[in-house]
Design a protein around this ligand. Structure first.
Ligand code: AMP
Ligand code: MG
Length: 490
């Protein structure tokens, strides 16, 4: 490592700690990023760098691109691969970071702690038959959609950089290789707890629970494992409600893809609804619709039941009592979720107070949208316009009836039209990463090395609640477009 490099990296503001590596060795293995042919920075997130206490100008220097492929390590890095297990489509298996390496936890100027992880930087002890690599398209896709989620106000892992490796990755075809630098409150998953439980290692399980609670729920008392479970459940309920409110379908809600921080993680086969239908599935491998749009709350609960199972030895000394406590907690999930969902849906309709019939009233609108294949984002955008308060925006008798009920509902609250519109505009994005625009941007980047459409789309999706200058990013896909399919980003 050259002296110049060290000087500029230190100046860049790296301040890495390693609290996760102080856990028992069961939870990780040492790892080293595989050297790559060349490092080319194609996306760099200046705003995130600043929030992390890193200097974007210093990190954008050509000699620093090697940091984002793993060819060079930032000062203080201690690279490891994290161990975890998980239920994938309902089947338990041991996994671990097969293509991700944690460099450390950046301590921010505000005192925050964020994992800095390279994804696609070569094989680890957990790679099994995989090559540990990633292709440019899926890494750009993760960058784009995770940043869109952040801008929408949804907790998520984030993307600091995407860098090309100058090497090919072989899938069903030869693809350009890339590494994503992922930033997360942590990468501790439900599957991390399952890993400890599968080893029947009580001390390790306890150490993980204490670490996770202190890190993500610092207000909870020591030894309050049941409170910790409740708090984790509350975060997942709030998260999934937010997904539904923007039409997000995660696509692969395996227990290894559910983070205890409450952040959305794993942007493999996810996509946003165009036309509303509660059964929508985009993922090419989700044949049974396990992870369909409207299944997401019940899958979150299923995953939390797996977390509870793993935590049983911590919940009570008496195993039977521990199971009762877990079940009592899990029974509350649906109610907690529904309250979050109702709050969010009321906001989308400009409603400030609560009435007992709100759920049925909101469902009537969704039913009409489904029946008429209405664009999810577009419908709520249209409703958020002043004219929609005056007259029904859609000339359909069922909608007209619903619109009359909506107007009477709005009249039964203190807030007037200005407050109604303000609330709706902050809850209904104009711009989401529409599937056809994402594909256009990724094709240009991967087939023609043209990053301009990607950067234009990235700029639009990072200001989702603003009225865009043109309708390029708000128009649904052309009628008759083929059904959109997504793939796990391997
Ligand atoms: P994911 O679908 O990204 O959640 O990955 C599921 C599991 O497979 C995780 O343990 C990954 O680390 C691992 N994995 C995915 N792709 C690869 C790859 N190309 N090489 C090695 N491991 C991989
Ligand atoms: Mg995953």
């Amino acid at each position: 490592m050259s002296a110049d490099f060290l000087e500029s990296s230190t100046a860049a503001g790296w301040k890495l700690d390693h609290s996760y590596s102080r856990l028992p060795g069961l939870f990780f293995r040492k790892a080293a990023p595989a050297p790559v042919r060349s490092s080319g920075l194609v996306v760099f997130n200046d705003a995130l760098a600043v929030a992390l206490g890193l200097d974007p100008e210093a990190l954008r220097q050509p000699d620093q691109a090697a940091l984002f492929t793993g060819n060079l390590l930032p000062p203080g890095a201690n690279p490891i691969a994290q161990a975890y297990a998980g239920h994938q489509f309902g089947h338990f298996t041991t996994l671990g970071d097969g293509r991700a390496i944690l460099l450390g936890e950046q301590i921010t100027p505000a005192g925050g702690r964020f994992d800095i992880q390279l994804k696609g930087s070569g094989r680890t002890a957990f790679s099994r038959g995989g090559d540990g690599l990633a292709a440019l398209g899926p890494m750009l896709r993760e960058n784009l959609i995770s940043e869109a989620m952040h801008a929408l106000g949804i907790p998520t892992t984030r993307s600091l950089a995407v860098a090309t490796t100058g090497q090919s990755v072989f899938r069903s075809e030869e693809l350009p290789g890339a590494v994503l630098t992922r930033v997360a409150a942590s990468h501790i998953r439900v599957g991390t707890f399952q890993w400890a439980a599968a080893h029947e290692d009580h001390d390790a399980l306890l150490a993980l629970a204490d670490h996770t609670r202190r890190r993500h729920f610092p207000d909870l008392a020591e030894d309050s494992h049941l409170d910790f479970f409740h708090a984790a459940m509350e975060r997942q309920a709030a998260l999934v409600a937010k997904w539904l409110q923007v039409g997000f379908i995660h696509g692969v809600m395996n227990t290894d893809n559910m983070a205890l921080s409450g952040e959305t993680i794993d942007y493999g086969p996810c996509a946003f609804l165009d036309a509303y239908h509660s059964d929508t599935v985009f993922s090419s491998i989700d044949h049974g619709g396990r992870y369909a749009y409207a299944q997401q709350p019940s899958i979150a609960r299923w995953n939390l039941a797996r977390l509870a199972e793993a935590m049983i030895p911590l919940l009570h000394d008496d195993g039977k009592r521990a199971v009762e406590l877990a079940n009592e907690a899990l029974h509350q999930f649906q109610g907690i979720f529904q309250n979050h969902w109702l709050d969010g849906m009321r906001a989308k309709l400009g409603i400030h107070n609560c009435e007992p019939d709100d759920l049925a009233f909101i469902q009537r609108l969704l039913d009409w949208m489904q029946e008429n294949k209405q664009d999810f984002t577009g419908t709520f955008s249209t409703l958020s316009r002043a004219a929609s308060l005056e007259a029904p925006a859609f000339p359909d008798p069922v909608f007209t009836d619903w619109h009359a009920a909506w107007q009477s509902r709005l009249a039964r609250q203190a807030e007037g039209p200005a407050e109604v519109l303000r609330r709706m505009r902050s809850a209904n994005p104009r711009v989401i990463p529409r599937n056809h625009k994402v594909e256009e941007a990724l094709s240009a980047a991967t087939l023609h090395a043209d990053l301009a459409p990607f950067h234009k789309l990235l700029a639009a999706i990072t200001r989702p609640y603003d009225e865009p200058e043109d309708d390029e990013f708000t128009t649904p896909p052309p009628a008759g477009s083929p059904r959109y399919r997504t793939f796990c980003g391997t």
